[in-house]
Write a protein of this length. Structure first.
Length: 143
């Protein structure tokens, strides 16, 4: 069954997504970043070129010729899923294919609209019996 992790109280959702993608890559995992649309996918792609500042996280679109060998796939369609390890959802709704992945990551910003959508997704997963872990990133700021 898919392990679901919610990262909450996130100030910069895009930066946190890049950091989590980099962390997955550093642990040898393949990750699909599911963006809301083509523009969001381009923003994520540009941000990943700069995060981490002193490293590089190999990434591409699912239709790229090197996609099968690339550890981070930046996608906005969900039509060509190349692996089943980690799915990072940046869309406002739950991904219909999330259960084929071993792990699903949801990032929740401080924006109330984003938080309301995240609560709906959390409830959706919980009602279906998924184990959900939460990681409050706001606690780290307070210390």
């Amino acid at each position: 069954m898919t392990q679901i992790d919610f990262y909450t109280h996130v100030e910069d959702k895009l930066r946190t997504a890049c950091q989590l993608a980099g962390k997955a890559f550093a642990h040898g995992l393949k990750i699909t970043v599911f963006c809301a649309d083509r523009e969001a996918a381009q923003r994520f792609d540009r941000a990943l070129w700069m995060t981490p500042a002193i490293g590089f996280v190999p990434h591409c679109a699912p239709d790229d010729p090197l996609a099968a060998e690339t550890p981070v796939i930046v996608d906005c369609m969900g039509e060509r899923l190349l692996h089943e390890e980690v799915l990072l959802n940046l869309r406002p709704e739950w991904p219909p294919f999330f259960s084929r992945f071993r792990r699903l990551i949801e990032i929740v910003s401080l924006d109330e609209h984003d938080r309301a959508g995240a609560r709906e997704r959390f409830r959706f997963y919980r009602e279906r019996g998924y184990e959900i872990r939460t990681h409050d990133l706001g606690k780290n700021r307070e210390q």
